[in-house]
Write a protein that binds this ligand. Structure first.
Ligand SMILES: Cc1ncc(COP(=O)(O)O)c(C=O)c1O
Length: 449
């Protein structure tokens, strides 16, 4: 379907267009090369399509402007960190309040318990702890799970992503079926097969086989996979996951960092899941680094009993900036005033409109691609049917095509996430924005077939 020669030629034109319209970003990038490794403040930023990353000037709601004066509809939204839109008023107010009052104390403020109660109401977990990132929340949840169960291994899904947590940077080796380091895994600290069993999503037999040895402390799962494209659970999979983890004495940790896009209590609430622990992060404090992990009453009591008071500060969980006053205050503003049911009532229909627009172009050109949606997260993927698991999704990745779609979209004022073809829709997005995207999607597809 895709004419690769046309694609190559069009890519050359897109790069020319990018450099022509992003001169100031180019200057800033060249200057940064003297002090920043690879010219970027964080290594993932080298992945953006185009000759260099675009430098942001300012943002509000669903849009941002770059230093060259170009305006974009932001469909990346900080890969969920800004899912609620940029600079929502309650968060701006909360940030200003604590910027004046002091930001971090290693002492609690009243907001923390308010957040705990609100998270309990949404996710059904009795006790909560806070961390500075979802990566840390996952790391601490896994440590506590191993401590409580006295088991060493964990189970994760093929091509999952839960942050830079050592035990999770692993995949199934296609030839041997064994757990190996993920391609690109930098300096693995040990053979991941020692810590981890990787299985395919939606495979109940593989799940039971992984748990049956009774050496698995926890299954760490997104309730819908989102980091290898959106891969939904098949009917009954969550029931089997809960039943089998209980049967073999394994804890179930549901990572809602991305799937909070599905509703106020993520998929845990939407699907009525009953995990032992829940992890949230990213957007919950409007992009101020902050995350949380919650426990059922039973698991929380076991965790508390496992933490020796005299050594709690050196036991491998926590952090001086975790639960700082600023982040707690912003989280309260976000949960109380922004990320409410009304918010989802607005942005989920907008995501549906986006999805339908993209699907209409796929149908018009009869492309072997599909679209998926989870709440305000929507995606197109280069295979005819939605993938059933991470292995299938990964096999359909087309890096050349990804780079083209991202760059051509960016040149026309739409920022996609740099990882795959995902769009997050904030409630500040307008229907006109979305319809304009459909027209641009049509144009950029028609240029390469
Ligand atoms: C499901 C999931 N969990 C955890 C993380 C880690 O989040 P952070 O990079 O904010 O630590 C991510 C990041 O993309 C994620 O997608």
């Amino acid at each position: 379907m895709i004419d690769r020669k046309k694609l190559e030629n069009q890519m050359i034109k897109e790069i020319e267009m990018f450099e022509m319209n992003h001169k100031k970003s180019g200057e800033l990038y060249r200057k940064a090369k003297g002090s920043l490794l690879q010219g970027v403040p964080m290594n993932w930023m080298t992945k953006w399509a185009g000759s260099y990353p675009v430098y942001v000037a300012s943002a509000k709601g669903a849009h941002f402007q770059d230093v060259d004066g170009n305006d974009y509809l932001d469909l990346c939204l900080g890969d969920t960190g800004s899912m609620i839109g940029h600079a929502p008023e309650p968060a701006v107010r909360a940030i200003n309040e604590y910027a004046k009052k002091g930001t971090t104390f290693m002492l609690p403020t009243e907001d923390a318990a308010w957040n705990g109660e609100e998270l309990n109401r949404r996710f059904g977990m009795q006790y909560w702890q806070f961390a500075t990132s979802a990566t840390d929340s996952n790391r601490f949840a896994l440590r506590l799970a191993r401590e409580i169960t006295k088991r060493k291994k964990i189970v994760v899904y093929n091509w999952c992503y839960h942050g830079s947590v050592d035990e999770t940077v692993a995949v199934i080796d296609e030839k041997t079926g064994k757990t190996v380091a993920k391609p690109g895994s930098l300096g693995p600290q040990c053979d991941p097969a020692l810590t981890t069993k990787v299985i395919e999503w939606n495979d109940v037999t593989a799940l039971e086989a992984a748990l049956a040895d009774e050496d698995v402390a926890a299954v760490l799962a997104e309730p819908v996979m989102t980091n290898c494209g959106i891969v939904h659970p098949e009917p009954g999979y969550h029931d089997a996951l809960r039943e089998l983890t209980k049967k073999y004495g394994t804890l179930l940790i549901i990572d809602e960092t991305h799937t909070i896009c599905a509703g106020v209590g993520g998929c845990t609430k939407e699907y009525g899941l009953k995990p032992d622990m829940v992890v949230v992060g990213k957007t919950v404090a409007a992009g101020i680094p902050c995350a949380a992990y919650g426990f059922t009453k039973e698991v929380g009591e076991k965790a508390a009993a496992a933490i020796p008071p005299e050594l709690c500060d050196i036991g491998g969980i926590g952090g001086t900036l975790a639960a700082n006053a600023l982040s707690m205050h912003v989280m309260r503003a976000v949960l109380g005033e922004v990320l409410t049911q009304e918010y989802y009532d607005k942005n989920i229909p907008l995501a549906k409109r986006f999805n339908e627009g993209v699907q209409s172009v796929i149908s018009k050109y009869d492309l072997p691609w599909n679209t998926t949606q989870l709440g305000c997260r929507t995606e197109y993927w280069f295979r005819k049917e939605p993938a059933k698991n991470g292995g299938e999704a990964e096999a359909a990745v087309d890096f050349q095509l990804d780079q083209y779609m991202h760059l051509a979209s960016m040149n026309r004022g739409f920022l996609m996430t740099p990882f795959h073809n995902m769009a997050l829709i904030s409630a500040a997005t307008s229907e006109e924005d979305i319809d304009r995207h459909t027209a641009v999607f049509d144009e950029i597809v028609s240029n390469i077939i």
